[in-house]
Write a protein that binds this ligand. Structure first.
Ligand SMILES: Nc1nc2c(ncn2[C@@H]2O[C@H](COP(=O)(O)OP(=O)(O)OP(=O)(O)O)[C@@H](O)[C@H]2O)c(=O)[nH]1
Ligand SMILES: [Mg+2]
Length: 412
């Protein structure tokens, strides 16, 4: 299901020009003559980090010409279709027409984003700005005909879109349900070590169990030491084995080669972010060289244990694996550096503390800075030499990993 984005505004404010700016190409005809767009122009595209969208460029319905009646009918139909309303304005014009669009958005329960266009022609008027802001807090100022401001304007627009899109459009892929047949069996290997919280399982483990149950499958939870012997007594082969990344080497050794296996971290990379991208980022690990800078990004600010995974173990394994003199920075909690461009690779945590929106935005930021990103789980499985095995249940991610490696001659 594509997110339908309606572009509204008076004739000649630059609706079609804004669409062309976002698309990065001339998809809609623009001209100084009001009433250029007469029919709804639809443009489908993949707008990362939001996903598949379709823009509906409408005709302005503020003129009183003969054609206006027909045009108005088509634009009115878009009121019902749009999931997000984008109102294009130009200072100082704000009046009943703009109020009507804002009211329609409200009546349809759709978020409203306002684009103040043509800012190259002058600083927006103060009372106009106040009127725009009274209608919506989601405002971007831009000049649609100035390609120099494209990155800033389009990025600001994408951020607002990601923040406001209705929940259903960012629906995560399932955690594990689609990997199990009905009445299937998943074995979850959960180490109970010093880092395990007292008296309970952690959220990703609980969510995985719940998702299996929602899909009419069964779950066996076991520690890594008992895994091999207990599985032998089952009388059936598990459909999937999942482990904590820290015991991935033992899991792959103890799991028969015809049984699919993966890690919690990889399951959540898929559910929270973009597994294909994180898999292809992992191919960079083998190409790290002395002097390269790596960012370890941790979303929670937990108290670092002595043998902390992000601060101690991954840096140690990275240096051992690459033999390179790497500079490794760690950021935690809400901080995520603005200058990502200085890093050769970002290794992100499993992001159990982040929403899918937040994680998608972090991936987008790295993509914009042309920095590959991977996550703890995928990185650890590369460092342990088992990445192809644990990506095997996800063919497109495995292909992305291989492509990224093969591309530059890297062979795992
Ligand atoms: N200076 C300046 N001109 C712009 C900007 N955006 C659009 N224009 C110009 O404004 C005119 C109208 O632009 P369109 O994109 O066709 O406007 P529209 O809202 O789609 O108009 P209709 O389809 O007629 O409703 C064109 O001449 C554009 O080049 C801008 O940011 N700055
Ligand atoms: Mg137009």
């Amino acid at each position: 299901m594509r997110l339908q984005i309606g572009l509204f505004g008076r004739t000649n404010v630059g609706k079609s020009s804004f669409l062309n700016l976002v698309a990065g190409q001339e998809v809609a005809v623009t001209s100084p003559v009001p009433g250029t767009t007469t029919d709804v122009v639809e443009k489908a595209m993949e707008l990362l980090p939001v996903g598949p969208v379709v823009f509906l460029d409408t005709a302005g319905i503020d003129d009183n010409s003969e054609l206006a009646g027909a045009r108005m009918k088509k634009t009115l139909a878009v009121f019902d279709r749009a999931d997000v309303y984008v109102l294009i304005t130009e200072s100082p014009v704000w009046g009943g027409y703009e109020e009507r669009i804002a009211a329609e958005a409200k009546a349809h329960g759709a978020p409203l984003i306002s684009i103040i266009n043509k800012i190259d022609l002058g600083v927006p008027d103060v009372s106009f700005l106040a009127a725009v802001q009274a209608a919506t807090p989601n405002v971007v100022q831009c000049s649609s005909t100035d390609t120099g401001n494209r990155d800033t304007a389009v990025n600001a627009f994408k951020r607002l879109l990601l923040d406001t899109v209705p929940e259903g459009f960012l629906d995560s892929p399932p955690i594990i349900g689609d990997l199990l047949p009905p009445s299937g069996l998943a074995v979850l290997i959960v180490p109970i070590d010093l880092e395990a919280p007292k008296g309970r399982l952690i959220l990703p483990q609980v969510q995985t169990i719940r998702d299996a149950l929602d899909n009419d499958a069964a779950v066996l939870v076991v520690k890594e030491r008992e895994f091999a012997s207990i599985v032998q007594t089952l009388g059936r082969t598990p459909d999937l084995v999942v482990c904590d990344s820290q015991v991935v080497l033992k899991m792959t050794a103890d799991t028969p080669s015809d049984v699919p296996c993966t890690t919690f971290s990889i399951l959540f990379a898929r559910a929270k972010g973009d597994l294909d991208e994180l898999a292809s980022g992992a191919a960079v690990i083998g190409r790290l060289r002395s002097g390269d800078r790596v960012l370890i990004a941790e979303a929670c600010s937990h108290h670092a244990a002595q043998d902390d995974i992000g601060r101690v173990k991954i840096p140690r394994w990275l240096r051992q694996f690459t033999g390179a003199d790497l500079t490794i920075d760690v950021c935690s909690g809400r901080e995520y550096p603005g200058d990502l461009g200085r890093y050769r690779l970002v290794i992100h945590c499993g992001s159990c503390m982040l929403t899918r929106r937040e994680m998608l935005w972090r991936l987008h930021r790295a993509r914009e800075a042309a920095v590959p990103v991977t996550n703890y789980g995928v990185a650890i499985s590369v460092l342990q030499g088992v990445v192809e095995r644990v990506l095997h249940p996800f063919p497109s991610a495995l292909a992305a990993y291989r492509d990224a490696g093969a591309h530059t001659g890297y062979v795992n």
